[in-house]
Design a protein around this ligand. Structure first.
Ligand code: HEC
Ligand code: HEC
Length: 255
């Protein structure tokens, strides 16, 4: 009977430890991250990893470490995400989730957003995949970031656009000079400035327009899995209780 005081806590602690190892890659957390962090991967790689503006990932043969490397030091046209924007653990979880989904059928065709560009900066925003996250701006000439500039009374000069591309605030990934050159940034700035001045001219009331209702939810934190911790705590608690109880029983024994 006394052995149980030791055995049960030991089993729980063991379960807690193995569970932490087993959850090193958590596809459920990966699903949450993929679906809720809409500004990250799914805009370009698709809701099911089927590929939209960039190639599919559900059929990726790269390892999770290679995924992390691609996010931190992206090849060619993919922008860079910092650890604060998407953590290594989230990338591992998303790898587990996405590569388990069915592979896409047929050859991948990059999505054509069907925009007849009338400004070289607009054309660049389609080419460089800005359209993946700023489709409203590129297709209608209005949208979130234009309204933001109007409301703040800021002109998106080359300097402002370059700052956002190289050291973006919030959730936007960074574009290097080899991805969007300074000259290209100047053309994009010229385009955005024309949109902002159109908007300011036609609607002075815009300054008081409330933010659009369909704001994307702030990238939620991936749900943490507390099971291992709970098992460890319960195990530890029982072990302590067991020990005290044992001492008491032993202490009460007549010598
Ligand atoms: C703006 C679009 C865009 C976003 C956002 C984006 N990617 Fe990519 N990604 C690309 C492009 C373009 C490539 C192809 C790079 C190349 O030219 O080799 C790519 C390639 C990759 C590859 C290499 C696939 C392979 O098998 O070669 C991985 C892995 C990857 N992306 C993961 C991610 C993850 C994870 C995220 C989110 C944190 C993400 N990407 C967000 C555009 C994007
Ligand atoms: C993966 C999504 C994503 C991609 C790709 C992307 N952006 Fe952004 N961008 C954002 C987010 C998120 C913000 C923050 C504002 C917001 O929440 O709408 C933002 C904001 C901006 C702003 C506003 C900065 C300010 O001071 O208000 C500019 C300008 C901008 N992006 C330009 C670009 C350009 C140019 C490209 C393409 C080279 C690009 N973005 C590609 C997500 C993206």
């Amino acid at each position: 009977m006394r052995k149980l005081f030791v055995l049960i806590p030991a089993i729980l602690i063991f379960l807690g430890l193995t569970a932490s190892v087993a959850f090193a890659q958590d596809p459920d957390a990966g699903k949450t991250a993929w679906e809720e962090q809409v500004w990250q991967c799914s805009r370009c790689h698709g809701a099911q990893g089927e590929g939209v503006f960039a190639r599919p990932l559900s059929n990726s043969t790269l390892t999770e470490d290679e995924w992390i490397d691609q996010v931190r030091n992206p090849r060619r046209f993919m922008p860079h995400f910092s650890e604060a924007q998407v953590s290594d653990q989230q990338i591992r979880d998303m790898h587990a989730y996405i590569t388990a989904l069915p592979d896409p059928t047929g050859d991948f065709q990059r999505k054509d957003p069907g925009i007849a560009a009338t400004h070289p900066g607009q054309e660049l925003m389609v080419q460089k995949n800005c359209v993946a996250c700023h489709e409203d701006v590129v297709s209608t000439g209005q949208g979130r970031i234009v309204e933001g500039f109007v409301q703040r009374g800021v002109t998106p000069t080359t300097e402002v656009v370059l700052k956002q591309l190289r050291t973006p605030f919030e959730r936007m990934p960074a574009f290097s000079e080899s991805q969007v050159s300074n000259d290209e940034a100047a053309q994009i700035a010229d385009y955005l400035t024309s949109l902002v001045s159109n908007q300011s001219a036609e609607a002075p009331a815009a300054a008081t327009t409330p933010a659009p209702a369909n704001l994307p939810a702030t990238g939620g934190e991936a749900s943490s899995n507390n099971l291992p911790l709970i098992l460890l705590l319960v195990g530890g608690g029982l072990a302590l209780a067991g020990l005290t109880l044992r001492r008491r029983i032993i202490g009460k024994k007549p010598s």
